[in-house]
Write a protein that binds this ligand. Structure first.
Ligand code: NAD
Ligand code: TDX
Length: 331
């Protein structure tokens, strides 16, 4: 299989590339990534010398260039996105450009070049907030709350329209919150872990009782792999961690893993439009033989240990040195 992975220098995409290269021989991977602030080639050091791996620094919105570089490939897995909710509230425009127009470009390329499969990496956030006791299935309506999730929902609708209108063989993977090594330290878990290591306050939004369902990143990558190989054309698959927890619970666990004081937890003003709870069912992908395998306890311990032992990875990001570094090397 010759796979184009877009956004492969980010958190989940880089784990997916490593997963595929470790598991399959003879698969070729082309990683197309713009290297925004969130893209980090260090995430892929393991793949750099692999003859089956190629990297191209490009924007998924640059249709003419992308359609040339993907010649000879037959599948696109689209991870490329602006992915942070708080940034979407501050500056929504780039979310529409990348998450909606970027997806549109890739769909057009797939349609005209006759790709065998297009997989859109989407999110449980597109369903919006779940009430107590409510759990969304793939049939549930989309009800996004912020510019990030609205952009992702718009992209999903475009993908489905290409399936219906042009019979493009697509799948959509909607996962819950991922965590693990190499996650950019603006997201909840890596922000709290790295702040706690440095004895800095942990800014907990609102009352800390918002619920997220935590999925270890490698479990998600195995799920996407299953969809790639067994997914039925046109179908959506939810990928859940089955670990719904209040944010305050996770904050306390991180403190416990690092043997720090709970005094570091600092309640701050809530995020506007903050979804109270995410909850999805994943019986459909379980029917293809997948289930989450890493417990929250083990995954959190492994993640905390990784950040403890890789300060060189996150300290330069947090100090701003990383941006200078990549401007010099990759522009
Ligand atoms: P990330 O922010 O870590 O990585 C995004 C990557 O996309 C970066 O490498 C960035 O450089 C690249 N990128 C951004 N704009 C681009 C463009 N215009 N052209 C090419 N590359 C571009 O994100 P992530 O957490 O790895 O998320 C990956 C995907 O998974 C996203 O589509 C996101 O919506 C989805 N998702 C994430 C989570 C989560 O918990 N992190 C959960 C569900 C779904
Ligand atoms: O400083 C913080 N304090 C805090 O209390 C941050 C950054 C977050 N939070 C809360 C907000 C959420 O309830 O923690 C929870 C998780 O926040 P994020 O890490 O920003 O994730 P979330 O908003 O749930 O969105 C994530 O999951 C779905 C990813 O960022 C998305 O890309 C994915 O689609």
């Amino acid at each position: 299989m010759n796979i184009v992975v877009t956004g492969g220098a980010g958190f989940i995409g880089s784990h997916f590339i490593k997963h595929i290269l470790r598991k399959y021989s003879g698969y070729k991977i082309l990683n197309i990534d713009k290297l925004t602030y969130a893209g980090n080639p260090e995430n892929l050091e393991e793949a750099e010398d692999n003859p089956d791996y190629t990297f191209v620094k490009e924007d998924i919105c640059s249709k003419r260039i992308i359609e040339k570089v993907v010649e000879g490939y037959d599948v696109i897995v689209n991870f490329a996105a602006e992915s942070h909710v708080d940034r979407s509230i501050e500056e929504p425009e780039v979310f529409l450009k990348t998450d909606v127009m970027g997806t549109f470009n890739l769909l057009e390329i797939c349609r005209t070049a006759g790709f065998k499969k297009y997989i859109q990496i989407s999110t449980d956030e597109t369903y919006g907030s779940a009430g107590g006791g409510e759990t969304f299935s793939e049939e549930s309506p989309l009800n996004p709350s912020n510019p990030y999730s609205a952009s992702k929902a718009a992209a999903d609708l475009l993908v489905l329209s290409y399936s219906k209108t042009y019979k493009l063989p697509v799948n959509i993977a909607r996962s819950t919150n991922n965590y693990g090594p190499n996650q950019y330290p603006e997201k909840f878990i890596p922000l709290f872990v790295t702040n706690a290591i440095e004895d800095k306050p942990l800014p907990l939004y609102g009352d800390g009782k918002n619920v997220r369902d935590w999925l270890f990143v490698e479990d998600n990558c195995r799920g996407i792999d299953v969809i790639l190989h067994k997914g039925i054309d046109g179908e959506i698959y939810n990928i859940a961690g089955e670990n719904e927890r209040e944010n305050i619970f996770i904050a306390k666990k991180i403190i416990e893993c690092l043997d720090k004081s709970e005094q570091l937890i600092k309640p701050v003003k809530d995020r506007p439009g903050h979804d109270r709870r995410y909850s999805i069912s994943c019986g459909k992908i379980k029917g293809l033989g997948w289930k989450p395998e890493v417990s929250l306890e083990d995954g959190l311990r492994l993640t905390v240990d990784w950040y403890k032992t890789h300060p060189q990875w996150w300290k330069k990001i947090k100090s701003g040195e990383f941006l200078e570094y990549y401007k010099k090397h990759y522009k």
